[in-house]
Write a protein that binds this ligand. Structure first.
Ligand code: AMP
Length: 279
């Protein structure tokens, strides 16, 4: 039976007992409105840990757009039913006041990797992410943390923060789960109109073709320009960025020896979609 817990004190009682029994604890941080992408993380955690906590918290600090925060879907009952099928032990779903009580003043700010791309387009976003993730690690005392490659830059920010701050947790990055047409699953996808949804798969198709062309020897700049052109032609309102970066530092890179990643953000139907793939 999946148990819903709202307070850090209650969570700690359980986790301390698990740890005393020598059990490995995994945590999957989410903002709810769960889909197969989230469930794949929970399944990976179940496969590797004796105990699994999924956190559901719509973190106000990581929203740089108040309208996005207001519109963010909240579907706790449905989420709980899904997590039950995976065999998750605990859903930790605290109220904002439990996470940020009166008098809370700290911010965790990760340098370098959090600055370009999403960091530039969404000021303050990664400070919000780094702060809440640090708190969730402290609250859950988990041994392993599961994150999606869908949010590649976020995964690198979390890896950097765990390294820099000696947080005693192992971070696991899980593959992006996609719809049949390639669209990366996201809680924001259901805000698309049927017309928008019908063309949203072009984002993955366009960056996949660009990555293939680059591997085949085409210039980065040309391949990226063609991908952006495809998106605009398909009906995307705006291409925020399509970039080829060092997969770990997220800095521009033409070092073929190191892993590289193509990352993109574009607007369709007033919804901001992001995706990324290895090159
Ligand atoms: P969110 O609820 O959007 O904050 O996402 C919670 C976690 O699920 C993050 O680690 C995301 O990277 C991961 N995630 C979201 N969508 C997907 C997906 N389509 N495939 C794999 N992981 C995902």
């Amino acid at each position: 039976m999946t148990q819903i817990i709202r307070t850090v004190a209650d969570l700690r009682v359980l986790v301390r007992a698990w740890k005393a029994a020598g059990q490995v604890v995994g945590v999957v941080p989410t903002m709810g409105a769960l889909h197969d992408g989230h469930l794949s993380l929970a399944r990976a955690a179940k496969a590797e840990c004796q105990r699994v906590i999924v956190t559901i918290f719509v973190n106000p600090k990581q929203f740089n757009n108040p309208d996005d925060l207001k519109k963010y879907p909240r579907t706790e009952a449905a989420d709980a039913a899904l997590l039950q099928t995976v065999g998750v032990d605990v859903i930790f779903a605290p109220e904002p006041g439990e996470v940020y009580p009166d008098g809370f003043t700290s911010t965790v700010s990760v340098g370098g990797v959090s600055e370009p791309l999403e960091g530039r387009m969404r000021p303050g976003h990664f400070d919000g992410v780094a702060t809440v993730v640090t708190k969730l690690f402290g609250m859950t005392m988990a041994d392993r943390g599961y994150f999606g490659q869908k949010d590649w830059q976020q995964l690198q920010v979390v890896l950097q923060l765990v390294r820099d701050l000696n947080v005693p947790i192992t971070i696991v990055g899980c593959e992006t789960i996609r719809e049949a047409d390639g669209l990366a699953m996201s809680s924001r996808n259901n805000r698309l109109t049927p017309e928008g949804r019908a063309i949203a798969g072009v984002l993955f198709a366009a960056i996949s073709t660009a990555a293939e062309d680059i591997r085949a020897g085409q210039s980065d700049r040309m391949a990226i320009r063609e991908a952006a052109e495809k998106l605009r032609h398909a009906g995307f309102e705006r291409v925020e960025y399509i970039e080829l970066r060092d997969a770990e530092t997220l800095m521009p890179s033409d070092e073929m020896q190191r892993p590289r990643r193509m990352l993109a953000a574009a607007w369709l139907d007033g919804v901001r979609l992001i995706d990324n793939i290895p090159v």
